[in-house]
Design a protein around this ligand. Structure first.
Ligand SMILES: Nc1ncnc2c1ncn2[C@@H]1O[C@H](COP(=O)(O)OP(=O)(O)OP(=O)(O)O)[C@@H](O)[C@H]1O
Length: 259
């Protein structure tokens, strides 16, 4: 992980000429093709693009869940790429938070235990007070002893947000975080993510299909065929939907979240 530091101050995520090719032989798939991106700390970025454009691959490579075939990834100035699997896992636990479409909470643990788990995995003290404070922030102070199955989908996703926030990570990656939620819960979750960015200085990178979800971000990065296909600052749902149409996607009616 050594090497020349090519990142800038205040930069939370940097991808330098990242490519990912799946398979070899006659039909390799170039899922990401020479993607370079720089995201400032304390910003909320949505990644959008047609199906198969490389969004999940982008997230997997940027978050150290998969290794790019070429290129380098830096989180907070430290290189994520190039280390052993053990080093990358440690790096992820210390610096990266995740939010998934299906919440990925452990069903046998209570809400509070789910939230303190990343601290324990990162070898830190299971700081109960901090976990309870964050659960209060996401509106679940009264539910800390419940199991995930006793909560609604929106509440489970709020637990997952608390779990992502608890280690104070350099970047939180969210993969379709509202994909399994009704529109009201989705708005609530998106507002919480935006609040984590604007009030607490978190950095969030979110993959989404939904122009309304993307409109909660500060900017949108578009992918098409594994390549960068532009960006949009201060996006509105209408502008995002319009751009997606030009990228060849069948955009869902954007009332999905905002209705
Ligand atoms: N493990 C894999 N092996 C081979 N090809 C893969 C693999 N994972 C993804 N791909 C291919 O890489 C390309 C990009 O896939 P990716 O899942 O990143 O797209 P996406 O934009 O997230 O798509 P969606 O919106 O449908 O989830 C696609 O052509 C896909 O078929």
């Amino acid at each position: 992980m050594a090497g020349q530091d090519i990142t800038r101050a205040g930069e939370a995520l940097r991808l330098v000429q990242v490519s990912k090719t799946y398979g070899s032989g006659d039909h390799p798939v170039r899922a990401l093709d020479d993607v370079s991106v720089s995201l400032a700390a304390g910003t909320f970025t949505a990644i959008m693009g047609p199906s198969g454009s490389g969004k999940s691959t982008f997230l997997q490579c940027a978050a150290g869940l998969d290794q790019p075939t070429e290129g380098r990834v830096f989180i907070d100035g430290a290189e994520l790429t190039g280390g052993s699997e053990t080093k990358v896992t440690k790096f992820r636990r210390q610096r990266i938070g995740f939010i998934f479409q299906q919440f990925n909470l452990l069903p046998t643990l209570t809400v509070l235990q789910n939230v303190t788990l990343p601290l324990r995995l990162a070898g830190k003290k299971a700081d109960r007070k901090r976990a309870i404070e964050i659960l209060g922030r996401v509106g679940l102070r009264e539910r800390i002893d419940h199991r995930p199955a006793e909560l609604s989908g929106g509440q489970q996703q709020r637990v997952a947000i608390a779990r992502a926030l608890v280690t104070n990570p350099s970047v939180i990656f969210a993969d379709e975080p509202t994909g399994a939620l009704d529109s009201r819960s989705a708005r609530n979750v998106l507002a919480l993510l935006a609040e984590a960015v604007h009030e607490f200085g978190q950095t969030v990178v979110m993959v989404t299909h939904d122009p309304v979800a993307a409109s909660y971000a500060d900017s949108v990065i578009f992918l098409a065929d594994g390549r960068l296909a532009g960006s949009l600052d201060r996006p509105t749902a209408e502008a995002v939907a319009e751009r997606m149409t030009h990228l060849g996607d069948q955009v869902a009616p954007y009332a999905a979240v905002g209705e």
